[in-house]
Design a protein around this ligand. Structure first.
Ligand SMILES: [Mg+2]
Length: 291
């Protein structure tokens, strides 16, 4: 397969791609960490090969887990979403940027008082993880938050924004779950995500988060490799975004697989300077390489 000419579409050969797919090498991967939207499905539509690949990996005794930057949903909601696509999974198969921010905050400030800008699901998750949620703008020093935590908030209100900005102007520490500018939505549309909210907040206050827990941060991959006992060179991050999915794998020192079924196209691959270890049209081609 060396120097293989990569075919984006039948009859359209594209040369000079940075990575070469070698089925003998990818078969050495023991643990696959999948991005979901753009990789396994688009909106509510399962992509060809997604179920087959997950089933094949499990039948081969390999690990298949799901990592997502989206902090607006909890794992039980993803279990349900994948079940509707006939992909079985348990809550333990998912790791989100919410898990990563909890892990990182717990290292230095377990049980901290926090002001959360996020969905009710994310607020509950943070409270269940031992953090003390502050509601509204507090002037009592004993009740004020030690951190403002920004997640992907599909329930954002102007009041929350104003309170967050007040705390940031006061100098309260500021962390965020993930940097994605947009989130894929139904009908091939996009909705503003946490990264876009960060830009608005920065415009108003001049503040940027001191820590962003999700991809491209390597935290999710590091935690999972340790938990599963899998070496980094036998672990691959599979995703459709270069600046989050692929960079998280590179930052973790793991292998990376870019699929062209979502955000990234060949032109982006050639010009981004980010080089995945493997490039496939879709998960169907990974399935075909591994079976
Ligand atoms: Mg994606």
């Amino acid at each position: 397969m060396e120097n293989k000419t990569y075919k984006k579409r039948p009859g359209r050969a594209v040369k000079k791609l940075p990575a070469v797919n070698d089925a003998r090498n990818i078969s050495k991967i023991e643990c696959f960490l999948f991005d979901m939207d753009g990789t396994l499905y688009l909106g509510n539509d399962r992509l060809d090969g997604a179920k087959e690949l997950i089933d094949l990996l499990r039948a081969q005794g390999k690990k298949a887990l799901f990592i997502t930057n989206n902090s607006s949903r909890v794992p039980a909601q993803y279990v349900e979403k994948l079940a509707k696509m006939d992909i079985s999974a348990t809550v333990d198969d998912f790791f989100t940027s919410a898990d990563a921010i909890v892990y990182l905050l717990n290292k230095t400030n377990p049980g901290a008082r926090i002001y959360v800008v996020g969905t009710p699901g994310f607020e509950n998750f943070m409270a269940d993880s031992g953090f003390e949620l502050v509601h509204g703008y507090e002037t009592d020093p004993a009740k004020r938050p030690e951190f403002v935590v920004l997640g992907f908030d599909t329930t954002l209100t102007y009041e929350k924004l104003r309170i967050m900005c007040d705390y940031l102007v006061d100098g309260v520490r500021y962390v965020a779950t993930h940097p994605d500018m947009v989130c894929p939505a139904e009908g091939h549309r996009f909705i503003p995500d946490a990264g876009s909210m960060m830009l608005m907040i920065e415009g108003a206050t001049g503040r940027k988060p001191e820590l962003i827990a999700g991809k491209p941060n390597a935290t999710m991959i590091n935690i999972l490799c340790e938990k599963l006992g899998v070496p980094k060179d036998r672990t691959a991050v599979v995703g459709d975004r270069l600046n989050t999915d692929i960079m998280s794998g590179i930052n973790a020192g793991a292998k990376t697989v870019c699929v062209l079924s979502g955000e990234t196209d060949l032109k982006m691959l050639e010009t981004s300077g980010i080089v995945p270890d493997y490039i496939f049209d879709s998960v169907l081609d990974i399935f075909n390489a591994l079976r």
